[in-house]
Design a protein around this ligand. Structure first.
Ligand code: HEC
Ligand code: HEC
Length: 267
């Protein structure tokens, strides 16, 4: 089950060296949620193919960790586990390693163990209790932890402005995405993308991105000024004028908008 926003190129599975088995295990045991789950009854009593997690984990603990994976990435168990109909656990082969996402998740487990037990453990004057890295730290409800700007940019490159606007609006209006904090919908994140496009002389795309952001931040002077300047650059003074006028509605003292309007009207 792929998340719709994850259209970009997928990287290859990490395959770094293996830290000691205990390192990831310590981390995991520390973040175990309490309590058994009804899922536990539907999966095999004993795991046969744990390579990072400790092999003596109880089934309940293992299932809690796995649920943590699912929630952190916003995916079903079957995102990483093969077999069955994709919905029920009937026929799912949890020990099988043929899904690349399972291999990646294993690499992630090792990475998280290494970050917590080696890299962060060596910090001077560390907080007590220490703050640990966990799947959710990066993933926040999506399988590929990319920024909103990067998600928009790859959609822009592949499918153009209309699809990009549609993607933004779909994500922004999806309560699940917003509540999980999956993306930064602040004004700045998207403006920075607009600015990046302007610098790359992709003026039409920059206008599309600023216009989109302006629809969400209609009181933003920064967006209106950027649009004014972009329309000047594309040789559309009338549109530029309307954006500078909007700036003066928001702030009658804005010197830049006054200057540009004087020049555009004077000329
Ligand atoms: C993001 C990927 C991912 C998701 C989602 C996921 N798992 Fe796993 N699962 C793994 C990995 C990786 C391992 C092997 C860990 C290891 O090698 O130490 C594993 C191992 C297991 C095992 C042990 C299999 C064996 O015999 O060795 C069970 C059982 C299991 N998962 C159940 C679940 C259940 C139930 C869910 C949903 C609640 C789930 N998993 C969701 C990645 C995932
Ligand atoms: C430090 C940030 C970070 C943490 C923590 C992290 N991940 Fe990841 N994860 C990434 C990045 C970045 C990618 C994308 C790698 C790529 O393909 O280029 C990724 C990709 C993945 C993928 C592949 C998804 C796909 O559809 O391509 C899986 C599965 C995954 N992570 C599972 C996990 C699990 C499980 C944990 C916790 C044990 C975890 N990650 C912790 C950063 C992180």
């Amino acid at each position: 089950m792929r998340h719709q926003a994850e259209a970009e190129v997928r990287g290859s599975a990490a395959s770094g060296t293996r830290p000691p088995r205990t390192s990831a295990a310590c981390v995991l045991l520390a973040v175990l949620a309490v309590g058994a789950t009804s899922l536990a009854g539907q999966i095999p009593e004993r795991p046969t193919n744990l390579r990072v997690l400790p092999t003596d984990l109880s089934r309940d603990s293992l299932v809690e960790i796995m649920r943590g994976f699912s929630f952190a990435l916003g995916v079903r168990c079957q995102y990483c586990h093969t077999g069955g109909d994709g919905i029920s656990f009937e026929g799912v082969d949890f020990a099988d390693d043929s899904d690349p996402d399972k291999i990646k998740a294993r690499a992630m487990l090792r990475m998280v163990g290494n970050l917590n037990d080696v890299v962060l453990a060596a910090l001077p004057e560390r907080d007590d209790p220490p703050v640990s890295v966990w799947c959710k730290t990066c993933h926040r409800g999506r399988p590929r932890p990319i920024s909103l700007a990067d998600a928009l940019l790859s959609t822009l490159d592949e499918l153009g402005p209309d699809s990009t606007v549609a993607l933004y609006n779909r994500l922004r209006d999806d309560e699940r995405v917003v509540l999980a904090g999956s993306f930064d919908f602040g004004e700045w994140e998207t403006n920075v993308l607009g600015e990046r496009l302007r610098r790359a002389s992709r003026l039409t795309d920059a206008i599309a991105i600023y216009t989109l952001n302006g629809s969400r931040y209609p009181e933003s002077i920064g967006i209106e000024l950027a649009l004014g300047a972009l329309y000047e650059q594309t040789g559309d003074p009338e549109s530029a004028i309307s954006h500078y006028e909007r700036v003066l509605e928001l702030n009658p003292d804005n010197a830049r908008a006054r200057d540009r309007l004087a020049e555009l009207r004077g000329g």
